[in-house]
Design a protein around this ligand. Structure first.
Ligand SMILES: Nc1ncnc2c1ncn2[C@@H]1O[C@H](COP(=O)(O)OP(=O)(O)O)[C@@H](O)[C@H]1O
Ligand SMILES: [Mg+2]
Length: 218
């Protein structure tokens, strides 16, 4: 039987807590140790979980490990996806890549830059929108900074359309969608309209870095 409380990386075994044969009792300091190590392997030696980011990372971890008590206390619904918002460079893309590794026994999602989806649409057309309407799990990276789609002279709000079909998939089949964004709720509503915005509230748990979260590029 697999023990999901232990993960081996580069020949080193990390323990994330205790496994009682049924579920893992996770230990947050141990999770941070693992995320620091795995983050360095993925992104280079300068990677570390910043002390200032602990509360944001903790909320994300509670979501990923589906901690019932803490999710309920923080208003996080483990059945929905995550919309991770925060300023440019604060580490959204890195964390969404890193945190999947905490739960290798859960279904993985692919990180797709929203801009690339629109470029695909401009090239190929509506088939691209259909391509994201299947049962795969996705994280749409940098939602809201993509240009308007344009195929054969016709404009299309590509990500808006895709979010609508992802919302249907969520209702029908519990298919998850995640996203990262630099925009706030109002800006997203301006871009995608009220109809999409209200569905986004059902599709996503909003987890926001504080406005002053540090830019890790500097
Ligand atoms: N916790 C971290 N420690 C060190 N470097 C980081 C950390 N998080 C992100 N970075 C680096 O900072 C840059 C911006 O991170 P990124 O995840 O792309 O931010 P965002 O998606 O919020 O714009 C990248 O080069 C990334 O490797
Ligand atoms: Mg990013």
């Amino acid at each position: 039987m697999v023990n999901p409380s232990k993960i081996t990386e580069g020949g080193v075994e990390y323990s994330l807590g205790k496994f009682d044969g049924k579920s893992v009792i996770y230990d947050f300091p141990k999770i941070i140790t693992y995320l620091n190590a795995k983050g360095k392997l993925l992104f280079g030696d300068t990677f570390k979980i910043y002390d200032d980011d602990h509360s944001t990372v903790l909320r994300l971890c509670n979501y990923f490990i589906k901690d019932k008590t803490n999710c309920a206390a923080q208003g996080i619904d483990p059945n929905k996806g995550i919309l991770l918002s925060g300023p440019v460079g604060c580490g959204k893309t890195s964390l969404m890549r890193l945190l999947q590794h905490l739960v290798p026994h859960h279904r993985a999602y692919s990180m797709i830059p929203s801009r690339n989806i629109v470029f695909g649409f401009n090239h190929i057309g509506y088939k691209i929108i259909e391509d994201y309407g299947n049962g795969q799990f996705f994280c749409f990276d940098d939602l809201g900074i993509e240009p308007i789609g344009r195929h054969y002279g016709k404009d299309c709000n590509v990500m808006g359309e895709i979010l609508l079909s992802r919302h249907e998939l969520f209702l029908k089949n519990k298919i998850k969608t995640h996203a990262t964004t630099n925009l706030n709720a109002e800006e997203l509503e301006d871009l995608y309209g009220n109809r999409v915005r209200s569905r986004m509230r059902e599709l996503f748990n909003l987890i926001a870095f504080p406005k002053n979260a540090s830019d890790k590029r500097k």
